[in-house]
Design a protein around this ligand. Structure first.
Ligand code: MOS
Length: 642
């Protein structure tokens, strides 16, 4: 909450808000605000904080068997620590709020991944009933998790508007996006793995510490995948957090799994080499055939096929095992593999579908399209059930005034919203059938359920009447359906998505150039509802994963905790010149335990495991095992201490 007390716990925390007629005037005035404060010593670095105090135990954690004993009794062991830096989401569209009050009602336009939650939070903060608050976000220029939850600027804009009695717009400038709207925290991950003499895993320990702010407990769930991806009787995962003088961390694309699988899939590679196995063969040998952490069967798991088809398309069999043995001119080629994994969620969702007398349909849901194609998916669903052509279906999303939808996050929007929209479409057709059998309707006295709905028509015994004619004939404007769809029943199956990345890197030691040259990814996310949008999500996640692998790290001045590279010039993200050839294989096996369409989600899985596949390829090319992201060139150059 902004302006709660007079303690500043991180650089970038709001101490005042300046409002003016123009942007320039506001900015000039803000620079003139003079703040007197009593200074204290900042503890902004993870190491310094860990020396000062004990980390806090929390998170989810998992334990089965006796990992410590099994480790000691193993035939081969590795004991290594990986680190990942603070990363910043950096959506192109910055966070922004436009707020105004009218007759005791608060209207807010917000770049948010969750209009309903945002509405509920504002209602609480300003002591209003929820029907007095409306939050709109019809389009969002990405969020990656930074826009899942409300941040201080939104509250500040609403408060200022209330005080002034005028609309107030507040845009968070890019430098403040590094402090006040969340980030992926820094992690330290201690991995201890052991196998027996046959190369089967007998012990896995994955112990994570992440940074958090002074005002919050945030635990990065790095062990969330470790507990179930591979078969192993003795597993312990723990999460701890350490407070530093930085802003509060939050979910960033595949929270937990993105940094967690960097550590796990790097460690699996190190373990395979310690045992003397090919990294792909070692994975195939150790895959879990059920979820051993929950003792439930997988709802659907095609990881073996993802590994096999990815390897075939990539040409893994051409990999020569010896480090640095594959060359092309001045370049040394490295091949690496990494599995990817993400939980598949289905949350409760409401939707409304209206068949209209002009022959069109309208679907409404308070879910958001964060750039992933949710508008299209909803229209496809209505078309699928009603048979109306897609260009006659209008979709409205992103207003808290619509039937409640979920946050657009966790890769769950598609799997959650499709069942609600489908059932609301059927509900609208049921309403229409009742109208159709009226005395003045086209099928008087017929049983409503005997009418077949297909291709935008109701039909019976060879007679076909369009939905529009049914309504117009009786001077009705619409037939409406609304539905509440429950979340997934997680008591019988473990729902997860799977996949594998195969990466080729090229290292030119003469000029110290490292490139990711080629990525082949085979992804198992259940039914692929829209292949273009799905492929786009995976490709985008791979690009983001290349940023995580090679470039991205928010650096903080240890003296005061100020972010140093708080701009696009110095916080480096991949550009077009960094793009490899990307080849995405979508396996397309419907997961009918999750919903009637068999669709899981696809937004996040593509970033998981990618950094490990890159690091594994870098090791294969250079012999340098980089355990600290990002893999910057200094870490590969001979004679430079890392
Ligand atoms: Mo995603 S980190 O749940 O937006």
């Amino acid at each position: 909450m902004p302006f709660e007390d007079d303690v500043v716990s991180y650089p970038g925390q709001f101490v005042a808000l300046v409002v003016a007629q123009s942007f320039e005037q506001a900015r000039a005035a803000a620079y003139r605000v003079h703040v007197d404060y009593e200074a204290s010593v900042a503890v902004s670095a993870m190491d310094a904080a860990l020396q000062a105090r004990e980390p806090k135990v929390g998170g989810r954690g998992h334990s089965r068997g006796d990992a410590e004993r099994a480790f000691a009794g193993g035939a081969h062991q590795i004991d290594v620590t990986y680190t990942t830096p603070n990363e910043t989401h950096n959506p192109m569209e910055m966070h922004a709020t436009t707020a105004y009050w009218q007759n005791g009602r608060l209207h807010v336009f917000e770049s948010t991944q969750g209009v309903v939650n945002h509405r509920n939070v504002l209602a609480n903060v300003f002591d209003l009933s929820i029907d007095k608050v409306e939050v709109s976000a019809p389009f969002i220029g990405s969020g990656f998790g930074s826009k899942l939850f409300p941040w201080p600027h939104s509250i500040a804009a609403c408060a200022a508007s209330r005080q002034l009695g005028r609309p107030v717009q507040l845009v968070v400038p890019r430098p403040q996006m590094f402090t006040t709207v969340g980030h992926r925290p820094e992690t330290q991950q201690h991995m201890r793995l052991a196998t027996n003499a046959d190369g089967r895993l007998v012990s896995i320990r994955h112990e994570t510490i992440n940074t958090t702010s002074m005002t919050d407990d945030y635990f990065e769930n790095c062990g969330g995948v470790t507990k179930s991806l591979y078969s192993c009787a003795n597993v312990t995962t723990t999460e701890k957090s350490i407070q530093v003088n930085r802003g509060t961390p939050t979910s960033m694309r595949a929270p937990g799994a993105a940094p967690g699988l960097f550590a796990l899939e790097s460690a699996i590679d190190e373990m395979a080499l310690a045992v003397g196995f090919d990294p792909l063969a070692f994975r195939l040998r150790n895959l879990a055939t059920r979820d051993e952490s929950s003792n439930l069967p997988w709802s659907s798991n095609h990881l073996p096929e993802a590994l096999a088809r990815g390897a075939e398309r990539f040409g893994w069999d051409k990999r020569s095992a010896e480090v640095g043995s594959m060359r092309d001119g001045d370049e040394i080629i490295g091949y690496g593999v990494g599995a990817c994994n993400w939980e598949a969620f289905r949350l409760p969702a409401d939707a409304r579908v209206i068949l209209r007398a002009d022959g069109t349909a309208l679907a409404q849901c308070a879910v958001q399209d964060i750039g992933t194609g949710t508008y299209t998916i909803v229209a496809q669903t209505v078309a699928d059930i009603t048979g109306l052509p897609i260009d006659r279906i209008e979709v409205e999303l992103g207003s808290s005034a619509f039937p409640a939808g979920p946050l657009s996050g966790g890769s769950w929007a598609t799997a959650s919203v499709m069942p609600a929209v489908a059932e609301a479409s059927r509900e609208a057709l049921r309403t229409l059938r009742v109208y159709a059998v009226n005395q003045r309707g086209p099928f008087p006295e017929a049983a409503p359920e005997s009418l077949i709905a297909e291709g935008g028509h109701l039909a019976l015994n060879g007679k076909r009447v369009s939905y529009a004619e049914v309504l117009k004939g009786q001077r009705l404007s619409k037939a409406e359906g609304e539905h509440h769809s429950p979340g997934a029943d997680v008591s019988k199956y473990s729902f997860r998505s799977f996949g594998a990345h195969f990466v080729e890197v090229r290292w030119d030691p003469g000029i110290s150039r490292l490139r990711v040259a080629r990525v082949v990814s085979a992804i198992d996310v259940g039914k692929v509802v829209n292949p273009l949008a799905a492929r786009n999500q995976v490709e985008g996640a791979i690009v983001m994963g290349i940023g995580m692998s090679l470039f991205e790290a928010a650096e903080f001045d240890a003296r005061n905790g100020l972010p140093v590279n708080n701009n696009f010039a110095e916080y480096v993200v991949p550009v077009h010149a960094d793009q490899p050839e990307i080849d995405v294989i979508l396996l397309d096996y419907p997961d009918l335990h999750l919903n009637e369409f068999g669709a899981r989600g696809i937004g996040e899985i593509g970033i998981t495991g990618l950094a490990a596949a890159v690091a594994n390829a870098v090791y294969h090319a250079t012999g340098k095992r980089v355990r600290n992201l990002p893999i910057t060139l200094d870490k590969l150059m001979d004679g430079i201490p890392t």
